[in-house]
Design a protein around this ligand. Sequence first.
Ligand SMILES: NC(=O)c1ccc[n+]([C@@H]2O[C@H](COP(=O)([O-])OP(=O)(O)OC[C@H]3O[C@@H](n4cnc5c(N)ncnc54)[C@H](O)[C@@H]3O)[C@@H](O)[C@H]2O)c1
Ligand SMILES: O=C(O)C(=O)C[C@@H](O)[C@H](O)[C@H](O)COP(=O)(O)O
Ligand SMILES: [Zn+2]
Length: 348
Amino acid sequence: MQRLEVREPVPYPILVGEGVLKEVPPLAGPAALLFDRRVEGFAQEVAKALGVRHLLGLPGGEAAKSLEVYGKVLSWLAEKGLPRNATLLVVGGGTLTDLGGFVAATYLRGVAYLAFPTTTLAIVDASVGGKTGINLPEGKNLVGAFHFPQGVYAELRALKTLPLPTFKEGLVEAFKHGLIAGDEALLKVEDLTPQSPRLEAFLARAVAVKVRVTEEDPLEKGKRRLLNLGHTLGHALEAQTRHALPHGMAVAYGLLYAALLGRALGGEDLLPPVRRLLLWLSPPPLPPLAFEDLLPYLLRDKKKVSESLHWVVPLAPGRLVVRPLPEGLLREAFAAWREELKGLGLLR
Ligand SMILES: NC(=O)c1ccc[n+]([C@@H]2O[C@H](COP(=O)([O-])OP(=O)(O)OC[C@H]3O[C@@H](n4cnc5c(N)ncnc54)[C@H](O)[C@@H]3O)[C@@H](O)[C@H]2O)c1
Ligand SMILES: O=C(O)C(=O)C[C@@H](O)[C@H](O)[C@H](O)COP(=O)(O)O
Ligand SMILES: [Zn+2]
């Protein structure tokens, strides 16, 4: 079992491994548990271990991150009369931890929450660092809050039911962390499987990158923007496809675009590892999109400063810049991106 201690802006532990439930301290007050129905068995185990009686199951996926579901969960907590000293436990993938974290941030102006991530993506990224939120039809994560968990407990036994494509998707965010930190070991995702003996150490290494960045800049005033590598285009693809393309796959497509931007700015050629990532991931091929199809979504990116979009561009592993770019360069890179997709057999 791996244990990391986050220190800033609030201290909380992150445990990754088998048997982590034994490490959760007893709950101080009343509690409620929100879970993804696909992991009901594990959620029952968590509830039993911690003596939680109020449970609400929801379908996972982006549909969970809607104003409608958000309102439904708030009303459920209010009906149960959960007080301000209650703790919300959230069991599921990144969509559940984003939704549940946001509910915890706003119910009674904020209650404590514990995350029990059940996807690789939620373990290495979504459950850590306090970004919570939901989507609007206009785009991804347009409503949210920073609200930090009191603990993150990643029980790897819960991954046993995870479909292989979803397992792989989470490792895209680990690959992203490898590019950000210049950690070559995190770029080697292709030979990882749910059975790999090195999985636990690999996941913890990827979490450590997220912890370092969010400790340094918890509220995304500067360095934390690096964690958005691949996300400006990725989020636009998710929204434009009405979430037919899931997050990790969209980010992988976005990383390819980011690598092309890096090459255009004179950076190292990062295309070979990103191409390998995409071939291994094998995401659904994209329709023949035009730059204009994505533009409305790109313009809602939260890194925009006044009228100017800011792009996270990798110049080499561990060397990234965040800056505005001329539209001509963005369009040229988009044309090159489509050519790349054609070459990889990823354009319909
Ligand atoms: N807050 C953050 O810092 C942050 C970081 C990265 C991603 N995200 C968000 O996370 C979301 C993506 O997370 P995700 O990839 O975990 O998606 P998800 O929560 O939709 O889970 C993916 C699928 O796996 C199912 N599932 C979950 N755990 C399972 C298990 N153990 N066995 C079988 N099925 C299981 C879900 O029901 C869903 O169908 C996106 O909304 C993204 O925006 C947030
Ligand atoms: O934690 C962060 O900061 C990130 O940007 C991590 C991303 O992987 C994640 O998808 C996040 O939800 C994106 O946030 P957003 O602010 O771009 O909506
Ligand atoms: Zn992400």
